[in-house]
Every structure is written in C-alpha cells, then in structure tokens.
Design a protein around this ligand. Structure first.
Ligand SMILES: [Mg+2]
Length: 301
C-alpha cells in the first residue's frame, strides 16, 4: 500500500511553484496567502518558487488557489518528513523528453496521424497498453536502424528542468532511474545524456539487415514493470516507499505514481492528473526539486 497521506498541517509545507520561464510569484501575493494560512514564508527561487512552512489552517491548498485566482502557479501540500527523496523513477516520453518517440518514428513512414492517435488513447488509459504497443510497432515494420538514429538525433528534445533535477538529486545522494514503455534505443541514449543511473525500456526486434521486424522482444515493459522496478530499487537501497519519488504523464505511470512516496503527474492528461497524488501543470521538471525543498542555490546544473 502507498504511504502517501495528507499530513497534519503543522507537519506540512505548502509549495507554490511557477514555471521559470513565466515566474509570476511575488511577495505581495505570497503575503496575502500567508495572512490567511499562517506559517513561515521561505523563498526557494526568486519569483519562481516559494513555500509556507507549517501553515496553521486546515484548507491551505484551497486558500492558496483562491488567492492565486488562475495564475499559472502549482500548489502542493507536502509532508515535512522525508522530504528529500533517495530514489527517483521517471517516465521518458512526454516527461523527460518533449515528444513521444513512437510517433516520431511513425512520421518517418508517413504514419504519424494513425499511430499518434493510438498513442494518445493508450496514454489516456483508453486502450490496453501492451496491445496498443504491439499494434503500433507492427506498423513500424521495415524502418531501418539508421533512420531511427536520425529521428533520435533530430526530432527529440530534452524536457526543461530534467537535467538539473537528475544532477541535483544525484549530487545529494539519490539514485535516478528512467523507466519507459518506449524503446531502449531512445531510453539508453537519453538516460545517459540526462544523467540517469540506469534505464529500463522495451527492446525493438531487428532482422539481419537492421530493419524492424514489427515486434518487440518480450517481456514488455508496462505499468507493472515500472512498479516492480520501484520496489526492487527501493529494497536494494534499503529505503522506505516514503523516501521515493516518481514522475510521469501517462496511464501506464499511474500505478508507479500511487506507489511512490511522492508521485507527481507532470503536464498529464486530465484523468491521469486527477488520479495522481501530486500534479505539476505549470512548472517544469525543476518543480520536483522545489517540492523536495531544494532552493535554487543548491541546484547542480
Ligand atoms: Mg509518457
């Protein structure tokens, strides 16, 4: 069972986080929130992230949201205990990178609209993940390795805040793992570029002439694989669930988000965001550092 629970307010911290590219927080609005919630103000990054330590009222998140009135600021109430996590598990597609790799591969074959529609449905949880993966990979049959490497070089971009998230957590002693329902050809490559300790993903099958057969080598990395990896690494590190952090955007991430001590849906589809314990809708991946109480001066870039 998940150890995530709503903390008593005195044992909690109210986080207010905006996007570094649109830093809309100011001392006036934070003071207005504190006037109603009580607690102590602590800025983590000028105009970008601020926290109110040990608020005194019971409905602090609601108070903050009402005062912020639609400003692009994420609001989260986190427990003081075990705030800095020892393990990060992160999804890749649309989380650590901006794209869905399989959709970009499909574009090489002129199949992007068809495949992207299946991807979107699968990520909203409307299709069985394994079936949807098999259907799409089958359509990619015949694509050659060189074309895939070109897609990897030219069409994929790192999501903002990802490198600083991983580098900082590692500097402070955390282990960082990428867990992707996508493909090792991308996950291994981007894990290295971002700084992850390891990557888990699906293996595409090639024939002798280095073209895709249209199959994935079993076993499939799915939702349950992500949860299992979280458990395995947690045990290996000798830590508790509450010391773990997970981030993702899709239906296949939800079980992992619920299992982790802090499970964050990042820019997720509405149904996923609603079901996840924590949500970041406006901030980038550096928001996960602010949720853990890191201030900007501690960031390792
Ligand atoms: Mg994803």
């Amino acid at each position: 069972m998940s150890e995530q629970s709503v903390p008593a307010q005195a044992d909690s911290i109210l986080c207010l986080i905006s996007n570094p590219l649109d830093p809309v927080l100011n001392s006036k609005i934070v003071a207005r929130i504190q006037d109603e919630t009580g607690g102590e103000i602590n800025w983590l990054a000028q105009k970008t992230a601020c926290e109110i330590i040990a608020p005194k009222t019971g409905n602090t998140e609601q108070i903050a949201r009402e005062i912020l009135a639609g400003l692009p600021v994420d609001v989260a109430l986190v427990p003081k205990q075990n705030r800095r996590k020892k393990l990060l598990l992160a999804d890749m597609d649309s989380t650590m990178i901006n794209e869905e790799c399989i959709d970009e591969l499909a574009d090489e074959l002129g199949l992007k609209p068809e495949i992207a529609e299946i991807t979107a449905k699968a990520m909203r949880g409307e299709l069985d993940f394994t079936e949807a993966l098999a259907t799409r990979v089958k359509l990619l049959r015949g694509l050659d390795l060189q074309a895939i490497k070109q897609v990897r070089r030219e069409r994929i971009s790192l999501a903002p805040g990802g490198r600083v998230l991983v580098h900082t957590m590692k500097e402070y002693g955390s282990y960082c793992a990428l867990v992707s329902g996508g493909f090792t050809l991308f996950a291994d490559y981007f894990a290295k570029r971002i700084g992850f300790d390891e990557a888990t993903a699906n293996v595409l099958e090639f024939d002798k002439s280095e073209t895709l057969t249209g199959r994935v080598v079993p076993p499939i990395v799915d939702s349950s694989t992500k949860v299992r990896r979280l458990d395995e690494l947690r045990k290996k590190l000798g830590i508790q669930d509450r010391q773990t952090l997970a981030v993702g955007d899709g239906a296949n991430d939800l079980a992992m988000l619920k299992k982790a001590g802090m499970g964050v849906a990042l820019h997720a589809k509405p149904a996923i965001a609603a079901a996840a314990p924590f949500r970041i809708e406006h901030g980038d991946l550096s928001a996960l550092l602010y949720l853990q109480g890191y201030n900007e001066e501690e960031f390792v870039r």
